[in-house]
Design a binder for this molecule. Structure first.
Ligand SMILES: NC(=O)c1ccc[n+]([C@@H]2O[C@H](COP(=O)([O-])OP(=O)(O)OC[C@H]3O[C@@H](n4cnc5c(N)ncnc54)[C@H](O)[C@@H]3O)[C@@H](O)[C@H]2O)c1
Length: 378
């Protein structure tokens, strides 16, 4: 019998953005086999897509509830072990909760839920379930982001005083100015996306990256959002000031109307002894800044990198690591956790990251609504 972990997929159909990333990433380290799915709410499209990508159709279900019901009838050694939840945001909570209640491991897209309250319920559900739960803050899987985390932990830049994370996209610019077009996008529909577009979709990645790389906790925030139109309910741009400690401050800059920007996630952390800077669109370079030495550039796969970083590279230096590898590293960490093997806590974002993310999203909306006031995170 195959030693591969039996993976189920929810959402992520042929019409989706993120499905291909999860499917390919799950295969990169030879740990998973896709055995069942509901790729799409339309059953015909669902089956057609399964055939297209060569997933056996006997476990392609008409909807999520049927998947759970039918899988539970199978012997444990045949049943789906872990499900990836890749649907629009509003379905993450009901799907993840039911999966946990029925003993499945879960890999959940971000934002983990649409409210903080749901996030706390999910956290309590996981405590009872005792299964593995990961939130796919994809960028934490990059070798040079992991290197950044390990260098900061080892004191390479000394005491941190300034953090700056930006996530700039421009794609909503072509949609937001047309009232009819605006209503066709689920990310601009609060019923499907939750209370925030820009912070909920991408600002939350920047938030997570700051806490992931620094190991520090963001304590309070002040947000200033732009909605562009009075009748648009969802933020499409925002700046969030952050305080981590009395003398550790910074900013999250996030936009979906930064015209011409593609997937411009950047993070810079400055400390008393030096700085570190990384850019998602050039992910193989980690810049090390210093007051008294020339600029250094760290690259993946070299022995000078940390164990955590090296664990995320598969080929010798000079073979670029990209977004598929980054997600694959998260799947690899989850595979280790499912198998009960030892893993580093930097290998995949957890329930706590999901809960913190929802606290950030709700608090930033509240701060903006109340006239840009400081809000303490919980
Ligand atoms: N980690 C990242 O960097 C990243 C990047 C992009 C998107 N995402 C997240 O991934 C999720 C999906 O985003 P997307 O851009 O792929 O959305 P999308 O609209 O492109 O695709 C959604 C998919 O879900 C399917 N779906 C909808 N309702 C369903 C249901 N009831 N049952 C089964 N399938 C259903 C659709 O048919 C489609 O295939 C979102 O939560 C988003 O925030 C994360």
């Amino acid at each position: 019998m195959s030693k591969k972990i039996r993976l189920g997929i929810l959402g992520g159909g042929g019409d989706s953005l993120i499905g291909v990333l999860h499917r390919v990433a799950s295969q990169i380290n030879d740990n998973y086999e896709i055995v069942g799915a509901v790729f799409n709410p339309d059953f015909e499209a669902n089956v057609a897509f399964a055939k297209e990508i060569d997933v056996p159709t006997n476990r392609i279900y008409k909807d999520f509830d049927t998947l759970v019901e039918e899988e539970l009838k199978l012997p444990k050694e045949e049943r789906i072990q872990v499900c990836s939840v890749l649907t629009p945001n509003f379905l993450h909570f009901p799907m993840a909760k039911k999966l946990l209640e029925n003993g499945f491991h879960v890999i959940c897209e971000k934002p983990m839920t649409t409210t903080y309250e749901e996030a706390k319920i999910l956290q309590a559900t996981l405590e009872k379930a005792k299964t593995v739960f990961a939130v796919t803050h994809t960028y934490t899987g990059y070798p040079m982001v992991r290197q950044m985390r390990e260098m900061i932990k080892a004191g390479a830049i000394g005491k941190i005083h300034k953090v700056d994370a930006a996530y700039y996209q421009g794609w909503i610019n072509s949609i937001i100015h047309d009232k009819a077009k605006r209503s066709t996008v689920w990310r601009l529909d609060p019923k499907k996306a939750g209370i925030s577009s820009c912070m909920g979709d991408i600002g939350v990645h920047a938030f997570n990256m700051i806490e992931y790389t620094t190991g520090l906790t963001i304590k309070s925030i002040l947000a200033d959002f732009n909605y562009l139109y009075e009748d648009n309910q969802m933020d499409v741009d925002g700046t969030v000031l952050i305080r981590m400690d009395k003398h550790v401050k910074g900013v999250i800059r996030s936009s979906q109307v930064a015209t011409g920007e593609e997937n411009g996630l950047t993070i810079a952390i400055y400390g008393e002894k030096g700085g570190l800077r990384w850019e998602q669109e050039n992910p193989n370079y980690l810049y090390v800044l210093s007051d008294d030495k020339p600029l250094q550039v760290y690259k993946p796969g070299h022995s000078y990198n940390s164990k955590l970083s090296l664990g995320g590279t598969k080929l010798p230096p000079g073979h670029p690591e990209g977004i598929f590898d980054s997600m694959a590293n998260i799947y690899l960490g989850v595979a280790r956790a499912i198998r009960g093997e030892k893993y580093n806590d930097g290998e995949f974002p957890t329930m706590m990251d999901g809960v913190r993310g929802l606290d950030f999203i709700e608090s930033s909306v509240e701060s903006n609504k109340k006239g840009n006031v400081w809000i303490n995170l919980k």
